[in-house]
Ligand binder design. Structure first.
Ligand code: NAD
Length: 262
């Protein structure tokens, strides 16, 4: 899929890995629609990058909100004539918790719903509302490609750590749906890939305590450092540009396997 003059929808594009991808695809000639919560941050990115980027204030856990944003993006692409080339649903949250606490009390459903509604339901919602626009694209290459989805899983989908039950469930689901989507969407010329990063520098991981950060650094294989947003973004770009990548989850982790305890 060509990046130039295609529109890429990136949820969670106002921070971290999503923002790095916004910058990368924009610098390669793409149009980018950012869906995120904070209009203030979103608008400052638009001011910095210029008129091939638009911000849509949207809560990924609300269908009404996602639908409103997708409708507005449809209007924008009718003005730019840059069809939707890809969707990168990067909005995600983690909320460490175990299903029972030290007093044998069950966890309330609120933190479970919070994580699943954004990380899983929100992804399915964005994809289902965007796909009808992508299937209408006129293919421009001999393969008949119309678009590509690049999902964001996590190392937690493979080796989840204690306290990550809801997060790992959501990211495992992303991992599992990748091949299904590739198969379901093959008839439309739409590919689906997923990337499973390990520990990358971002606002999400900045919340970790110094102790956890130091322990994580001991388990890195090579290179012995956290991943950088630009490395995630270049992997997304490769997924977009390489037409043979389909139905697979790429572990982007420098060979690191997360241990049970840090
Ligand atoms: N950073 C890592 O080490 C790492 C590792 C594995 C997977 N991931 C995944 O990568 C993705 C990006 O994470 P990040 O590390 O860049 O985090 P981040 O916190 O820097 O960015 C996440 C973005 O999602 C947005 N967001 C959260 N809830 C939202 C909602 N309801 N609606 C719309 N937007 C919402 C936030 O406002 C934020 O801009 C997530 O899906 C995360 O699970 C990150």
């Amino acid at each position: 899929m060509h990046i130039k003059d295609r529109t890429f929808i990136i949820s969670g594009g106002a921070s971290g890995l999503g923002l790095a991808t916004v910058r990368d695809l924009h610098s390669h000639g793409g149009y980018v629609a950012i869906l995120d919560l904070s209009a203030e941050t979103g608008n400052s990115i638009v001011n910095e990058l210029g008129d091939r980027v638009k911000f849509y204030e949207a809560d990924m856990s609300s269908t009404t909100s996602v639908q409103t944003a997708v409708n507005a993006i449809a209007t924008w692409i009718s003005q730019t004539s840059a069809p939707i080339g890809g969707v990168i649903p990067a909005a995600g949250v983690g909320l460490p918790s175990k299903l029972i606490d030290r007093n044998n009390e069950p966890l309330s459903m609120a933190p479970i719903d919070f994580v699943l509604n954004i990380n899983l339901r929100g992804v399915l919602d964005l994809l289902r509302l965007t796909l009808p626009h992508m299937t209408r694209n006129t293919p421009t290459d001999p393969d008949g490609e119309r678009g590509v989805l690049v999902l964001v899983s996590s190392s937690a989908a493979f080796d989840g750590q204690p306290g990550q039950v809801a997060y790992a469930a959501s990211k495992g689901a992303i991992r599992s749906m990748t091949l299904v989507l590739a198969r379901d969407l093959a008839q439309y010329g739409i590919r689906c890939m997923a990337i499973a990063p390990s520990y990358f520098e971002s606002a999400m991981t900045a919340q970790m305590s110094e102790k956890v950060r130091k322990s994580l650094e001991k388990v890195f294989e090579f290179p012995k450092r956290p991943g950088q947003g630009r490395e995630f973004a270049s992997c997304v770009r490769h997924c977009v540009e390489n037409g043979m990548l389909n139905g697979e989850v790429i572990r982007l982790d420098g060979g690191t396997r997360m241990p049970s305890r840090l």
